[in-house]
Write a protein that binds this ligand. Structure first.
Ligand code: ARG
Length: 399
């Protein structure tokens, strides 16, 4: 009796997930492996991926296009939360995992499988995201993670695969580990493991080097409706189009490269390079529109919520009661976050140069230093007396 009878395996077409297919069957006694490749806009041809799974011994090979759901239900809420892990990483990889887990669980139910499986190793964050998301969605499903246990080196993995007709990678495979989707690319390993070394230009795909970006700035206007980006330069865009177009525009000006040492949930510090042109620009613009439309106390309080939200997402708790509660708070704050932000894209920077909204709380009559000023200057004196009173009393007692 194997560990499971029928398994739905998260499949990318790479050597590791391909080797998982015969491994699950031969070593762990699984009778049937169904693979599932999610189309998250990673730009890979998915028909060959589908065929490769079948050749590697899968009984069924599913490809599911989840691009629109990914942007609408995962990326847009993260933008409303201005979600940046450790203040920098817009969570492109982290946001994809709970969605993949969701479709794995759905497929497991549809095909009456008793387990899901993935090819993550034991050192990363992704295993946590897959496992915890799966448990949250269906606590009865088993979770198999062969690569966490098999202890094979890269060479051994390739050799194992060859025994089952899985070809070794043809071109000398890239020294980097790369995860990509519509929200960007995450690049690690190889020489990037030395945090003192500058990343070579060859690792980038979505962003131009500053030396190659246009010598003229480009102005764009992004329109938001209740926190959700909906237009570019006044043109309505569907969610996927909007992200694709902003990736192109911002990437063309070299915007959205991030080089950071980050703290993984499993206790390891890692050096990761990200390219996330659209998300970088969108979070910047969204935050700016909030500064125009939210009251000071909501803006300040929300900062703390955003920090917690980003950690939850990074740490695999997308489907959790705290995340649901924070979502409710964030959604409530977005009621008035509609309007337009104008940005200047130039030489690696997106600079906000203007913003306007029908819900603007900016009050010219109060803000102006000109003759139209309506602010009651004398009222400030009494306010400051009361505001400063505790400090005055403290100072008198300390002098
Ligand atoms: N560090 C990022 C995260 O945990 C990305 C992980 C995947 N990175 C990769 N290069 N394969 O979300």
């Amino acid at each position: 009796m194997g560990r499971a009878k029928k398994v739905v395996l998260a499949y990318s077409g790479g050597v590791d997930t391909s080797v998982c297919i015969p491994y699950l069957k031969e070593e762990w006694g699984v009778e049937e492996v169904i693979t599932l490749a999610a189309d998250l806009g990673q730009g890979d041809e998915l028909e060959p991926v589908k065929q490769k799974a079948l050749k590697s011994g899968a009984s069924e090979s599913l490809v599911i296009d989840v691009k629109e759901t990914f942007i609408k239900d995962y990326a847009f809420p993260a933008i409303c939360a201005n979600a940046l892990y450790e203040n920098r990483y817009p969570l492109g990889t982290s946001l994809a995992r709970p969605l993949i887990a969701k479709i794995l669980v759905e497929a497991a139910i549809k095909y009456s499988a008793d387990a899901i499986a993935h090819g993550c190793t034991g050192k990363g964050n992704d295993q946590v995201r897959f496992d915890v998301s799966t448990t949250a969605l269906n606590p009865n499903l088993k979770i198999l993670a062969p690569a966490r246990e098999w202890g094979m080196s890269r060479e051994e993995t390739i050799a194992y695969g060859e025994r089952f007709g899985i070809p070794a990678p043809v071109k000398k495979s890239s020294p980097y580990s790369i995860d990509k989707n519509l929200l960007g690319r995450s690049i690690e390993a190889g020489i990037l493991e030395d945090p003192a070394t500058e990343p070579p230009e060859e690792i980038y795909e979505m962003t131009l080097a500053i030396a190659d970006t246009p010598s003229e700035p480009e102005y764009i206007e992004i329109g938001f409706t209740r926190g959700i980006p909906t237009t570019i330069n006044g043109q309505p865009k569907n969610p996927v189009e909007l992200i694709e177009e902003l990736n192109k525009k911002a990437g063309n000006h070299g915007i959205g490269r991030i080089d950071m040492i980050e703290n993984r949930l499993v206790g390891i510090k890692s050096r990761e390079i990200y390219e996330a042109p659209a998300m970088t620009v969108l979070i910047q613009a969204h935050r700016d529109l909030e500064s125009l439309t939210l009251t000071a106390d909501v803006t300040h309080y929300k900062r703390g919520i955003e920090e917690t939200y980003s950690q939850l997402v990074y740490n695999g708790l997308w489907y959790s009661p705290l995340k649901t509660a924070l979502d409710a708070f964030i959604q409530q704050t977005q009621e008035r976050v509609s309007g337009t932000v104008k940005l200047k894209l130039f030489k690696g920077n997106a600079t906000i140069v203007g913003r306007w909204s029908d819900n603007s709380l900016y009050t010219p009559d109060l803000a102006t230093y000109g003759a139209e000023d309506q602010f009651d200057h004398k009222a400030a004196e009494g306010f400051i007396y009361v505001w400063g009173l505790p400090t005055r009393i403290w100072a008198q007692n300390n002098s």
